[in-house]
Design a protein around this ligand. Structure first.
Ligand code: ATR
Length: 272
């Protein structure tokens, strides 16, 4: 049977085995998907062993995404620009393809939730790895503009420069956002994980603004609570992105697009 794994450290929390097992059932694919804890200094050894035993593909989570980027013998354009890999696929020629499906997972979730991106004004808060991974897929939707804002402005500026040739992208400090509001506001910062909200002006949220927090939990995230207090039109958490990135990986491995909705419903139930 074709074997797939997700590796990380820690890995207990990973929902990927649950998601991919449901995808496989849905699409009648004969495959096995497990999680594997990898020692912090053991990534390359673990990958070599997995692929030597005939493993077909692998998801990579914290803290190995940059090491997976280096491990791949070939990279998709989106992985190249993300600087990180969350999906590896064994190629017929013995090489290993590295992809990053996080950004497409976000975009697909936004589109499923009827959030239009084309010709819209998007604000991306944060300039770490999570932000970098979603910029190219967001620009591919041809927004009117994508503004990256970050507590540390220089990091936002570096990302804006890196992606300048792919669309209308600009960096602004929190203060420089002034009074403008946006159609879509995406929080990629890790602030929500500690119950904090980035100090962006409340004016970024207007009555038509859809807000997306890339993290999720059993209750409304701190950022989405704040957005609701500012009367945002819609608030969405990152559970759909998690399922979306998994669906993109599955597609890369098996050539079939699984249905995300049912899996997302079941995951949400598990979280309660
Ligand atoms: P990740 O890979 O999850 O993106 P990261 O690379 O450590 O993690 O980046 C974390 C991001 O969250 C950064 O943009 C960080 O802002 P700084 O670059 O100024 O550090 C942002 N962040 C974390 N806590 C924050 C907070 N309390 N307020 C605003 N931004 C915060």
């Amino acid at each position: 049977m074709d074997k797939y794994i997700v590796v990380g450290n820690p890995i207990n929390h990973s929902k990927s085995p649950f998601i991919h097992t449901l995808f496989a059932r849905q699409t009648s694919q004969k495959m096995e998907y497990c999680s594997q804890l990898v020692a912090l200094d053991g990534f390359v050894t673990a990958m070599d062993a997995f692929f030597a035993e005939g493993g077909k593909g692998c998801n990579i989570t914290v803290p190995f995404k940059e090491q997976a980027f280096k491990y791949a013998t070939r990279l998709t354009q989106r992985a190249q620009l993300a600087g990180a890999v969350n999906t590896l696929k064994r190629l017929d020629d013995g090489g290993v393809l590295g992809d990053n499906t996080d950004g497409e997972g976000l975009v697909q979730d936004l589109l499923h939730q009827q959030v239009t991106l084309k010709d819209k004004r998007i604000l991306l808060i944060g300039a770490g790895g999570a932000a970098r991974g979603v910029i190219l897929p967001l620009l591919a939707q041809q927004p009117q503009t994508l503004i990256i804002t970050n507590r540390t402005l220089t990091k936002a500026q570096q990302l804006a420069t890196l992606f300048a040739e792919y669309g209308d992208v600009e960096a602004l400090s929190f203060d420089a956002l002034g009074e403008q509001s946006f159609d879509v506001v995406i929080n990629s910062t890790s602030a929500s994980l500690s119950g904090h909200v980035p100090a962006v002006p409340t004016s970024v949220i207007g009555q038509q603004t859809c807000c997306y927090d890339m993290v999720y939990g059993s209750s409304v995230t701190a950022f989405n609570q704040w957005a609701q207090q500012q009367n945002a039109l819609k608030t969405i958490d990152g559970l759909g992105m998690l399922v979306g990135q998994a669906a993109e990986s599955f597609m890369l491995w098996r050539g079939l697009r699984p249905g995300a909705k049912q899996v997302q419903r079941e995951l949400r139930r598990l979280l309660q």
